[in-house]
Ligand binder design. Structure first.
Ligand code: HEM
Length: 328
């Protein structure tokens, strides 16, 4: 499996939290600047991530990819956007050749190519987003806009935090967020507010972003279908091994309004940083220690880290002391 090795590429989740402040849910969406709109990321872990993503898709195809039959055209639209972005971001790694509707997408990192008739699902063996999505380390969710709401109609997912295409297919934005204690610092319910914000502000050519985070105990992926395997690992953590076993799990999220279908594409770049590696950035270490020391119980319960938050905070406290002694 993989962990972030280039910290410059790691989407540290607490950059926008003022020093000394704690973490609470909020509408933390930010509009992307022109030079940050491309969601295609090639990190040093790219090949490892793709390998694992494909293994998971093969092991649990129905858990990891779901769609409705009427979404083919929308999927082609997304596939086209992703291939175009890949070539724009990394012409040295990707190329798209078009000969009328006969297209070939080249992936030079993996030495692979996909040839198909654009728009013709019978020319490929997988569905369009399932095929093209396997060239990107990110996960994808397509939320279709109907009746003032967003419905999950296509998803390809490999690094889940309490979610799966199989579990969530067909749900509305509000239903998906039902289990989340989604209230602001002052107790205001957020789901409807955030949905309205997305519907109004995520416009074609104007993507938005936010960062979600969690802690994982010796796991990269937790969904409801595999609770029996990951549930018990959370009890293995103690203050001595938390540096190795516990990872800060971060999702850099992107929201794109698709111009043709009007759906919102939700892209998740999931990265992991072992607690011990926080020592490489003492300012991150101090802030993460401070934030994790003050997580409300309903949030810790929802995120699933109640069984190991105490030893993790104790580990970080010791690490903060060690790093500050070394700096003297
Ligand atoms: C339309 C795109 C979105 C989709 C498909 C989506 C999907 C999800 C899913 C599947 C979960 C896990 C739910 C579960 O536990 O069963 C979740 C959690 C959550 N979502 Fe969203 N979400 C979207 C947009 C947003 C936005 C725009 C915000 C905030 C501005 C947001 C805030 C949250 C929060 C705070 C959680 C709890 C996560 C945690 O504490 O670890 N979501 N979302």
């Amino acid at each position: 499996m993989f962990e972030s090795t280039n910290l410059d590429l790691f989407p540290y989740p607490f950059h926008n939290i003022k020093e000394g402040s704690n973490y609470r849910y909020s509408n933390d969406l930010r509009k992307l600047d022109k030079d940050r709109m491309n969601c295609v990321r090639v990190t040093p872990e790219y090949a490892k991530q793709i390998k694992r993503k494909r293994e998971l898709l093969i092991e649990q195809p129905n858990v990891r990819f779901q769609s409705y039959p009427h979404t083919m055209e929308m999927q082609w639209e997304v596939a086209e956007m992703l291939m175009t972005m890949a070539v724009e971001a990394h012409p040295e790694h990707f190329k798209l050749e078009k000969n009328g509707n006969h297209w070939t997408f080249h992936n030079f990192i993996l030495n692979e190519q996909e040839s198909f008739i654009f728009g013709d699902a019978s020319s490929i063996e997988l569905e369009p987003l399932d095929l093209i999505g396997r060239h990107f380390a990110t996960d994808f969710v397509l939320m279709v806009n109907r009746d003032d709401n967003l419905y999950l109609e296509v998803a390809q997912e490999s690094y889940a935090a309490l979610f799966s295409p199989h579990w969530n297919k067909g749900m509305t934005f509000d239903e998906i967020h039902g289990p989340v204690p989604f209230v602001s610092r002052t107790g205001v319910p957020l789901a409807e507010r955030v949905r309205q914000f997305l519907l109004t502000n995520v416009l074609p050519g104007e993507p938005w972003t936010r960062i979600n985070w969690n802690l994982m105990a010796n796991r990269w992926d937790v969904n409801y279908e595999t609770h029996d395997t990951w549930g018990p690992t959370r009890h293995l953590v103690h203050a001595e091994n938390a540096g190795e076993l516990v990872r800060l799990r971060v999702e850099e999220q992107f929201f794109y309004r698709m111009p043709r279908s009007n759906a919102i594409l939700f892209v998740l770049n999931t990265q992991f940083l072992a607690m011990k590696d926080l020592a490489q950035r003492p300012e991150w270490l101090n802030q993460t220690y401070s934030i994790l020391s003050d997580i409300p119980k309903p949030m810790a319960d929802y995120k699933g880290f109640t069984p190991f938050i105490e030893p993790t905070v104790e580990y970080l406290k010791n690490l903060v002391e060690k790093v500050s002694l070394q700096a003297k």
